[in-house]
Design a protein around this ligand. Structure first.
Ligand code: F6R
Length: 240
């Protein structure tokens, strides 16, 4: 995994979006996967600006889900689908068939896993933009999770349920997540892990310095065969 440190979040964002522009020029029907949460929001904002000025064209692209809280759907502010819909998909004017998302409220969650596994097996993932959990989680692949899996249901780590108040302004009684598995994430053609802000500095250091271990899931990205980049801003990279 190649680490790159940027002086500003803006510079980091520009580098991510340049890569997306290039990919779409080569493959207009590319499959993208973008994490929810706060970290990718500047990238989403930039993509909307780029589309407004006709510098990027997602009209043939597909976006798939990275993860979702079990028990939530887009009606809850702070869910992954709500974040992506409101900050990216709707402003971009994507059509429904361009979006393949986990339904965290589905009664048949096994069917959600099967649907996603079938899609990823058929089309793969061209570009995945990941955020870094305070415990190193990737998607909802929490510490200790099996790293050989496809999409799976996982129990949420205590760090994740503590951090959740920043999305929902309260601690919701959520205990599980549905997520793409490491098998699928590692197979993506291009992987970018993003971390910004001083509060991520410790886990950024642990990610960079540690041997691959499921106890710090972000270290598993070092096993990717394809390009895996770790973009951090100055604050998140203050110990490296
Ligand atoms: C969200 C997701 C999570 C977040 C991570 C960082 O879809 O997959 O792994 O990327 O928890 O969250 P933020 O960006 O809010 O710090």
């Amino acid at each position: 995994m190649k680490v790159e440190k940027f002086v500003t979040v803006e510079a980091l964002t520009n580098k991510v979006t340049e890569k997306m522009i290039k990919l779409l020029a080569d493959k207009p029907e590319a499959v993208f996967c973008i994490a929810g949460g706060e970290t990718p929001l500047p990238v989403m904002k930039k993509l909307i600006q780029l589309q407004k000025t006709n510098k990027i064209d997602f009209s043939k692209a597909t976006f798939i889900s990275l993860d979702e809280w079990i028990g939530l759907d887009r009606t809850t502010k702070g869910s992954c689908i709500q974040t992506l819909e409101d900050h990216l998909f709707q402003p971009l004017g994507l059509r429904a068939e361009q979006i393949k998302f986990f339904d965290g409220k589905a009664t048949n969650l096994t069917a959600e896993l099967t649907k996603m596994n079938t899609f990823v097996a058929a089309y793969g993932i061209d570009f995945i933009l990941l955020g870094l959990g305070m415990n190193g989680h990737i998607g909802f692949n929490e510490p200790g999770v099996t790293t050989e899996a496809n999409a799976q249901i996982v129990g949420l780590d205590e760090v994740t349920t503590t951090v959740m108040t920043k999305y929902f302004n309260e601690k919701l009684p959520l205990t599980q997540g549905i997520t793409l598995g490491f098998r699928q994430i590692l197979d993506a053609n291009q992987i970018i892990l993003m971390a910004t802000g001083e509060k991520k500095a410790e886990i950024v250091k642990a990610t960079i310095e540690g041997e691959p271990t499921s106890q710090v899931p972000s270290t598993i990205l070092k096993q990717a065969q394809n390009e895996a980049l770790f973009f951090v801003d100055r604050a998140a990279g203050k110990f490296i």
